[in-house]
Design a protein around this ligand. Structure first.
Ligand SMILES: *Cc1c(COP(=O)(O)O)cnc(C)c1O
Length: 865
């Protein structure tokens, strides 16, 4: 890879220079300039034209005290206008303007937090699926009206400009979006939280469809620059790789270790603002970019190998080049481990430097004032890294360092799927992070003594609980490392936490029951209701006032209106208008015409066998068969939408996308069918798409095999926006059902216990024989009806359904699913009743605000405020 040969040990003791930089929040670029006439100047031309003479003015020269309109005008005229009235240029000018408006509050928040007056939380995550920033920032800063006014003379309106922003797609799905919702809630709750992540040059790939197959295209989201970020070059941090460990004994007889001959990479922070909702707090998402150190490979320069040395710079910068697009499966690639260590080391050094600025190298108060929350095991290499920094850089003894580390690290588990559990080959660590591996071995040795004490003489226990998995290729079990070092281990929904305690982490639960706790996920009502559904937000504001935005439990007041005819009518109108918008999106993206008078039945999420998009497609085929056979009695006309990305290496998931598209083609091209059924696969599902999808959905599909979906958060967004759920007893569905009541939820299928029972002798044929509908669907699939010119392409799917080892149990749940869907149809036919159920769903969604989730993290894990 890189770059600088660490000539000295990899001790990154904060330099005086670094320390002063920590408090220099002023370097958040903004140079107040004298108030200009622009403030009052009236635009003369209807269409602003680039002013050549000022075209090179510094874009950061804007006065935060100036009005938004004046700053915007100066931004647009003075700097960015490359192509007069191009939407992208207006967007850039507007984004820079809004950023300049929030800089003073951002700096104030930082200065206050640097004084350590409250507990500091670091949320470490390899993923932050932020989506767009503009709309949310305007909402939080209460600038929407002012912005609209400032735009009156421009060719693009605010909605168009928002559409011009590229999503920050720095995550795969639920886990990354959770991190984004959490940051929003932390700012809203006035908590001092820094999100630490990676500034991937390429975020989640863009999904195109070619012949119904997924094709991945790179997401160069930084192509036009990122007007929201602030590069903090003098907070850069050095992260070591490779090299080897040496040790020496000091005059007092203590052994010390040094990591030498390292190849160092610079981590340069790029900060993004995270505004609280109208409360003056602006937290920070600090994204690290990898860069070569300036003095890279000087030796090679001297050897005359200049171009080689410069070319090698790229190797350092590769670390933050691309997000790994795997959801719920581990990857095992060396570059991924490099990303994990890079994030962990840079973030911890940053946290320690901030602490030292206030308290010096007295770490006795560190764990009382800091928590590092690990979003899954992805950043769990932070555990040995924290030990290394405290011991090797600051001279602490093992026991002191362990006391601090194990009292400040908390771990959130996100999955029960064995294929998602991270394990790194010992060999890889030995090469890349030799000092870290030493420390992991030592942690393991000390911890196994505790295991031996608890289960004397039980060697099997020692082997099965060891952080090191022995075998021909020994591995480090990252989840075990995280559990051993954390004071808190939490699951993300009640069922998930129970299953962790009973299954995957049973032994650890026996050893340390006090560590385990549940924190059911949530979603932010700012983005997922106030921002994405302005029509409903408006209706809620008029009926309930605006308090619900920061206290979502107030929505229970809606239950009083379930017999209010006028209100129900307004509710229906909001849903209808949102469906019109969604239909527009589907027409543009899929060229399929959705009729808002029909039911909108939606399943959007990553494509994965456990989420069972296949079950949904089989049901669509069943409906298709009924319609073609003229059996339309009691059938409700519906438009079915599926969307989501498959991991590029996940062949079965990609086949499922192809099947959906082929079935959609048959459905939509048959004029006998389309009055009753339309079916589309929406390409490139992302946060911005979801902002249009969830407000326009009638029926939300949450149909995972019970026991497999840790929580789900898509389910909550739909519920908040008044969709009914058809779902299994899985993840947070269970708690949603609890809140809204069985009569307002379409429940079906095996529960988690039944799934694990049935697994031992599952016979799909038995279920197929009991379901005429499923037989007919399979017969048609096997006939090649959906792939006449592509014989055999769905054989693997058919085989999977009939496989006794089908752990997703498609055949077992099909009939129950079909029956539940029939009930959906019946219920939808009674629009009055459906509307009441819809209102009750929104009313009951308060518990699933991430404000609620974060309050529980604050009170029960972080013990902050
Ligand atoms: C909410 C969300 C998810 C998570 O959806 P699940 O249904 O919980 O898997 C994934 N991707 C995006 C873009 C989201 O907004």
């Amino acid at each position: 890879m890189t770059v600088t040969k660490g000539k000295t040990p990899a001790t990154n003791v904060a330099s005086a220079d670094n320390l002063s930089a920590v408090n220099n929040a002023e370097e958040v670029k903004q140079k107040p300039v004298a108030k200009t006439k622009a403030k009052t100047a009236k635009r003369t031309a209807k269409k602003p034209v680039a002013n050549k003479s000022t075209a090179n003015a510094k874009i950061t020269d804007c006065d935060p005290c100036d009005t938004l309109a004046a700053t915007f005008e100066r931004q647009f005229h003075g700097a960015l206008c490359r192509d007069e009235q191009a939407v992208n240029d207006i967007y850039s000018a507007l984004a820079s303007t809004v950023k300049s408006q929030l800089l003073p509050q951002w700096r104030e928040t930082r200065l206050k937090d640097n004084q350590y007056q409250q507990k500091q939380i670091a949320y470490l995550s390899l993923e932050f699926l932020m989506g767009r920033t503009l709309g949310n920032a305007l909402l939080s800063l209460d600038l929407t009206q002012e912005t609209n006014d400032a735009l009156t003379d421009y060719s693009a309106n605010l909605e168009t400009l928002q559409e011009a922003e590229l999503d920050a797609g720095l995550g795969n799905g639920g886990l990354g979006r959770l991190a984004a919702c959490f940051l929003d809630s932390c700012a809203n709750l006035d908590l001092s939280v820094v999100g630490y992540g990676i500034r991937y040059e390429y975020g989640m790939f863009k999904q195109k469809l070619v012949d119904g197959y997924q094709v991945e295209q790179p997401d160069r989201w930084l192509r036009e620059g990122n007007p929201w970020e602030v590069r903090m070059a003098n907070h850069a941090i050095t992260v070591p790789f490779f090299g080897h460990t040496e040790s020496y004994v000091d005059p007092e007889g203590h052994r010390h270790y040094v990591w030498v001959d390292t190849q160092d990479v610079q981590a340069v922070p790029h900060d993004m603002p995270v505004p609280g909702f109208k409360n003056g707090r602006i937290n920070t998402l600090r994204l690290w970019k990898a860069e070569a150190t300036d003095d890279f490979d000087l030796a090679e320069f001297n050897d005359g190998d200049y171009t080689e040395a410069v070319a090698r710079k790229n190797l350092a910068e590769q670390i933050t080049m691309v997000l790994y697009p795997n959801d719920a499966s581990e990857n095992g690639k060396e570059l991924r481990l490099r990303q994990q260590y890079f994030l962990s080391s840079a973030s911890l050094q940053d946290i320690l430097q901030r602490y030292i600025t206030v308290f010096g190298q007295d770490f006795s108060r560190f764990s009382e004032l800091n928590v590092m929350q690990l979003n899954d095991t992805h950043p769990s290499i932070a555990v040995p890294e924290m030990m290394r920094l405290l011991m090797d850089n600051y001279g602490l003894a093992w026991d002191q360092a362990w006391d601090i580390t194990s009292k400040s690290v908390a771990y959130t588990n996100h999955t029960l799927l064995p294929e998602a559990l991270e394990r790194w080959p010992v060999r890889m660590l030995k090469n890349m992070l030799p000092r870290i591996l030493d420390i992991i071995y030592e942690i393991n040795a000390r911890y196994l003594e505790e295991v031996a004490h608890q289960w004397p003489g039980d060697n099997h226990k020692l082997a099965s609980m060891s952080i090191i998995e022995e075998g021909p290729e020994p591995h480090v079990r990252m989840a075990y490392l995280a559990i051993v070092a954390s004071f808190s281990v939490n699951g993300v929904a009640g069922l998930h936490t129970d299953l962790l305690k009973k299954g995957l982490f049973k032994d650890f639960y026996q050893l340390w029951p006090q560590k385990f706790n549940n924190k059911t996920n949530g979603v932010t009502p700012r983005r997922w209701l106030a921002h994405c559904n302005p029509r409903l937000a408006d209706l809620l504001n008029r009926r309930l006032g605006e308090q619900w935005v920061t206290d979502l439990t107030q929505l229970t007041a809606l239950n009083a209106f379930t017999d209010d005819k006028a209100f129900m009518k307004q509710w229906q109108q909001v849903k209808f208008d949102n469906k019109v918008d969604l239909a527009k999106l589907v027409l543009e993206e899929c060229n399929v015409s959705f009729d808002p008078a029909m039911m909108f039945d939606v399943q959007v999420k990553r494509i994965h066998e456990y989420k069972r998009q296949l079950l949904n497609i089989l049901h669509v085929i069943h409906l298709y068969q009924r319609i073609v056979a003229g059996d339309t009695e009691g059938l409700q006309p519906r438009c079915v939408l599926i969307g989501g990305k498959a991991a590029p290496g996940y062949a079965m998931a990609k086949q499922i996308i192809k099947l959906a598209n082929n079935v959609a083609h048959m459905v939509n091209s048959d004029p006998v069918v389309t009055p009753y059924l339309r079916f589309a696969f929406l390409p490139n599902y992302n946060v911005s798409a979801m902002e249009k999808i969830c407000p326009g959905t009638d029926l939300s599909e949450q149909i995972s095999t019970a026991g497999k979906e840790a929580s789900g958060t898509g389910n909550m967004k739909f519920m908040m926006n008044g969709a009914m759920t058809i779902g299994t007893l899985d993840g947070a569905n269970i708690e949603m059902l609890e809140e809204v009541g069985e009569e307002n939820f379409f429940l079906f299928g095996l529960n988690a216990d039944q799934v694990s029972q049935l697994k031992t002798n599952y016979n799909p044929q038995q279920f197929i024989q009991q379901s005429t509908a499923l037989q007919q669907v399979l017969t048609m699939l096997k006939s090649g009806h959906f792939n006449l010119v592509e014989p055999g392409i769905f054989d693997s799917i058919i085989h999977a359904i009939e496989d006794p080892f089908d752990q997703w149990m498609i055949a077992a749940d099909f009939e129950a699913y079909k029956v539940a869907q029939d009930k959906v149809s019946q219920a939808y036919a009674d629009q009055q009743h459906w509307t009441q159920m819809s209102i009750r769903n929104t009313a009951a969604s308060g518990r699933f605000s991430s404000d609620n989730t974060i309050s529980a993290y604050r009170d029960e894990i972080w013990l902050a405020k």
